[in-house]
Design a binder for this molecule. Sequence first.
Ligand code: F6R
Length: 611
Amino acid sequence: MCGIVGYVGAKNKAIDTVLEGLETLEYRGYDSAGIAYIEKDTISVHKAIGRVQALHDDLGPNVSKNTISIGHTRWATHGSPTVYNAHPHTNQDGSIAVVHNGIIENYEELRDFLKKKGYNFVSETDSEVIPHLLDYHLRKTRSFRVAFLQTLKALSGTFGLVVMTTHEPDVLFAARLGSPLVLGITNTNAIIFASDPAALIAHTKKVVFLNDYEYVIAKQDGTYALHDFMKDTKVVRDPEILAYDAEEAQLGDFAHFMLKEIYEVPQTIRSATLGRIKAEEGIVKLGGLEAVSEQLNYIDRIVIVACGTSYYAGLVGEYLIEEIAGIPVEVQYASEFKYRDEPFSRSTALLAISQSGETADTIAALKKVEDFGVLRLGIVNAVGSTIARMTDAGVYCHAGPERAVASTKAFVAQVTVLAQMALYLSKGNSPLYKPLLKELDALPQKAEQLLKLDATIQKMAKKYAHYNDFLFIGRKYDFPSALEGALKLKEISYIHAEGFAAGEMKHGPLAMIEPAFPTFAIAPNGSLLPKTVSNIEEIRARKGKVVAIGTQGNTQLKRLVDDVLYMPDTLEQTTPILSAIILQLFAYYVALERGHNVDRPRNLAKSVTVE
Ligand code: F6R
């Protein structure tokens, strides 16, 4: 989604820092970018469609001596990606510039009001009301700070915003309501604002995450004041140190972040289990749940809320928690959950799963139950993110930053955490307790082994890249994998792909099968393999091509299907962790073969911070 960066500091590094930050945010997906800075008491604005590099080119080499600047990468919501619609937006005399993430829901009403007062609008965006409203209140109150406060109170919807003005040329004004914003303090006493810590980590790890209804006034001398704009009170909160390694966010020798992140899967499994399981001693310890362990004894139902890939990880979690811990689980799309009127008792826990921890729908789902008195849990990758902070307890994925839009290692980490959560909740009362613990311990090595299939998968992807439709099937634990495999393929290769429970084939999908509609069957050894084999036979009988994932040593599949990829033997409960590597590599190479931008697929953004 959109990205924000702002800089104020004594060192003349404003523009460079903002441009660098915007480049770091490119991975989140955007269609236009813009920057503003103050020079000789005037605000200069540069905007460009497409890459941040175009801004660099537009600015030229001679503008690096500024102390204050704001920048934005935009992912169009209101109005198409044009220069006019790109941020920063300004008031009419150009004395106020604003970058905004989120959606101003009452923008039409505000725009009508401002138009009647003589304000002219140049963009189709909701955001443009903000500089005009600031101007309107400034003219009435003569104080920019008061105008800022009044403007914040007049906006409904969501915002993370940073404002710069020639009326106070050494100050940045920033605020948050429902859209993430973090402030970083550098060791040269500069203040950097960003919508994602990735944009400031190269300069500092000392940060303050803004909460909803908070605003900040940050000055060039490195001082800042945090306030609550509803209560109009000062907020005191010490900075925290980000546990985030800037190196992790670099591409290194890999061609794309997606490939790099798939190759990080073995390490991801290690990090997600580190200090949590002791296979030999039969111990699972989830420190993040300790504080609520007593409450967990009374939980008789868990509702998982998530979106996209995290939702599919949730589906694997449903099978795991039900089978191992014996607690009924229901998985819901967060976007549906928030509008559904369902009975919700206090013995139900809500578990939000999110890589970014900033997904608007998942946040809204958590907010919905705020007053229900229910336990809110999280499985989150981004440390310090909104979801991590608004849940009562949770478990971090520790997958490290994901830069490719398509989620890969985070899915694996989510499933690994869900498996440990199932074991933890079972209190050892499951015949699967020890075998699963042991298998989790063995998985990183098996994942390493699987990565050796890279060249084979690439060859196979070449063979199948020209098809326009693809079906993915699997049963039990492999059913969510089929859904995730289809999502991965469609989001980066733009091929029409559908995931189905293999048992559903005869109830409709089989009608689509013909030679030009291949199927990817996830068919590892396990109790349901004979059933999946029957489904494969039905597809072959209709002349459908089949690629299968089977377990090493299986000789039956080879005779039956067009191509097989073998994975190491594992429990059916952990199959989704290993098959994910194959499905992700397959999608990656198909997309590459079709010439797409693998890390930044069209129309998508890394973190969906608006509804
Ligand atoms: C797909 C993908 C998305 C996200 C979804 C939720 O590869 O990444 O489907 O899983 O947008 O995002 P998070 O997990 O950040 O809440």
